[in-house]
Write a protein that binds this ligand. Structure first.
Ligand SMILES: [Zn+2]
Length: 190
């Protein structure tokens, strides 16, 4: 049996936004699409690897150097051991507890939930979906993406930024992670 864990055990609910709702997969944000799902959880709460694998890449998710209303957050890419063409991206982390090349156990702590939006710097000119997130009390989340190799490399062709895709054509390797996430609930985890 493959052990699987819900990646944010302290999330406000063990659930993800329904299709079409803010934070859902491929949510249409007018000029961009949402590449993953948002799992709302307290800032600083733990993020666990869903299953065993290897850390293949890490880097910056968001930074005030890119957009002024962003705080700095990071991402971790893990290639799953069980199905090596399956790659999980854990993004918008405030800190990370692993490094590239590490072999990770199912349920291992890989980092903590960060806070992307700097409310003081959001203006009326910021995108409408950003204004909506600002209104929410719980603005911190794990942004999770799932790929069948190869994953999108951050910013490599200008279509991907901060978990969004600025083009109508969905990248072929990008998967809807809904079923995968729900499959964690009847195996192990919280
Ligand atoms: Zn997101």
């Amino acid at each position: 049996m493959i052990m699987k864990y819900w990646p944010a055990p302290d999330s406000h609910s063990i659930d993800i936004p329904s299709p079409g709702l803010p934070g859902s997969f491929w949510e249409d944000r007018d000029d961009r699409y949402h590449c993953g799902v948002d799992i709302y959880a307290p800032e600083g709460s733990g993020v666990l690897s869903i299953e065993g694998g290897k850390v293949i890449d890490m880097g910056i998710s968001t930074s005030p150097d890119i957009i002024p209303y962003w705080h700095k957050t990071c991402y971790v890419l893990i290639k799953n051991k069980n199905k090596p063409d399956h790659i999980c991206k854990y993004a918008e982390l405030g800190d990370t507890k692993v490094k590239v090349g590490d072999f990770i156990q199912a349920g291992q702590l890989i980092g903590h939930v960060g806070l992307v939006l700097d409310s003081d710097k959001i203006t009326k000119d910021s995108p409408p979906y950003i204004q909506e997130i600002k209104k929410k009390e719980n603005g911190s989340m794990l942004h999770f993406e799932l790929y069948e190799s190869p994953p999108i490399k951050t910013n490599d062709d200008g279509n991907y930024l901060g978990g969004n895709w600025f083009c109508d054509l969905k990248p072929k390797s990008l998967l809807d992670p809904t079923d995968y996430l729900f499959s964690t609930l009847n195996k192990a985890g919280p």
